[in-house]
Design a protein around this ligand. Structure first.
Ligand SMILES: [Zn+2]
Ligand SMILES: [Zn+2]
Length: 156
C-alpha cells in the first residue's frame, strides 16, 4: 500500500491544502498541486507513464496493463474513425465527401394526392463544394454505426 500522504509523481509530502488526488489505472493516489499542474495537457497514457517514472506506484504491472489497454482502445478508435471516413458518401456531381445535415421532415402534401402520408423524414447530406444535396432514409444512422458516428460528428 502506498503512503497516502506522498505525491505519487515527485515523492514530496504536500500540506493538506497543496494536496490533490488523481486516478491512475482505476486507483486514487495523492498528487501535489505542482505535479497536478505539470500534468495538465498530458493525456491519460502519458500521465500513467509519468506515474511509473519514480517507481512509487505500488502495482507497476497493473499500470502497465492499463497503459496497454488504453493503447489498444485508442488504436481501435482510430481504426473505427478511419473506416467511417472511408465509407463517407461522395458527391455524385464532383466526388467530394458529403456532410450530414440534421434529419428533416418534408411536407409533400402539394405533391401527393390524398393516398399517401403527406410527410416523411429524410436524412440530407450536402456537398460543401458544389452544393448538391443528397437524401437518405433516416434509419441509415441506426443500421450503420459508422454513419451514426459521421452524423454526430458533422452535427456536433
Ligand atoms: Zn508532486
Ligand atoms: Zn459536389
Amino acid at each position: 500500500m502506498a503512503n497516502e500522504k506522498i505525491c505519487i509523481f515527485c515523492g514530496e509530502s504536500p500540506s493538506f491544502f497543496q494536496r490533490d488526488s488523481i486516478k491512475i489505472a482505476g486507483d486514487s493516489f495523492t498528487c501535489c498541486k505542482t505535479c497536478y499542474e505539470n500534468l495538465s495537457g498530458l493525456d491519460e497514457i502519458e500521465i500513467c507513464r509519468e506515474s511509473m517514472r519514480l517507481g512509487l506506484v505500488p502495482d507497476r504491472t497493473k499500470v502497465e496493463n492499463y497503459i496497454e489497454e488504453l493503447i489498444r482502445k485508442r488504436r481501435e478508435r482510430e481504426e473505427f474513425v478511419a473506416t467511417a471516413e472511408a465509407k463517407r458518401p461522395r458527391c455524385p456531381m464532383c466526388g467530394a465527401p458529403l456532410t450530414f445535415g440534421y434529419t428533416q421532415t418534408l411536407d409533400a402534401s402539394p405533391m401527393v394526392d390524398g393516398f399517401l402520408s403527406s410527410t416523411f423524414d429524410v436524412l440530407p447530406m450536402y456537398c460543401p463544394k458544389c452544393r448538391k444535396i443528397e437524401l437518405f432514409a433516416p434509419d441509415l444512422i441506426e443500421i450503420d454505426r459508422h454513419m451514426a458516428y459521421l452524423y454526430n460528428k458533422d452535427n456536433a
